[in-house]
Design a binder for this molecule. Structure first.
Ligand SMILES: [Zn+2]
Ligand SMILES: [Zn+2]
Length: 147
């Protein structure tokens, strides 16, 4: 479902198609060009650090890391541009988590999804307050009256 939102890059209001990064068409084009620059540079100079890539391509390092996190940009095994698993800190090539943690988190996510669907009837306000406790309540429905 398309929805109206602010571009994450230029804050302009645009219609978001529901897929891909939340940026407007013109920013998407710009980012595509930047991505190509980074990819070409990394391919040519696999030993370059993120700072060097940034300096040579004019693309901010945060964006280079985002490309990596999104799994779009791949760097070689020996590249100094590396991401760390956000969970255990091990060196990874793309995404946010290492293979082991991804698996573990996927399982957690499914469990969490079930918990959330059980509480869907409750107001979202209550939900955020109770999410932490729900893990221990284990499906046992507790009726709390909010004042
Ligand atoms: Zn934009
Ligand atoms: Zn990990």
């Amino acid at each position: 479902m398309p929805e109206v939102m602010n571009c994450r890059r230029c804050r302009k209001i645009f219609m978001y198609s529901g897929t891909g990064p939340k940026i407007c068409e013109s920013c998407k084009k710009l980012e595509e060009e930047e991505f190509e620059k980074v990819r070409a540079f990394v391919r040519e100079f696999p030993g370059a650090t993120a700072q060097e890539v940034s300096r040579e391509t004019g693309v901010p390092t945060q964006l280079i890391y985002r490309f990596l996190k999104e799994g779009r940009l791949e760097v070689s095994e020996s590249s100094p541009i590396a991401l760390q698993c956000e969970n255990c800190g091990v060196r990874i090539k793309s995404g946010r988590f290492c293979v082991q943690c991804s698996k573990k988190l996927a399982t957690d996510m499914i469990r969490m999804g079930r918990t959330l669907s059980e509480t869907v009837q409750k107001s979202s306000e209550q939900l955020t307050k109770e999410t932490a406790g729900l893990r221990y309540l284990h499906g046992e429905r507790k009726e709390t009256k909010e004042k």
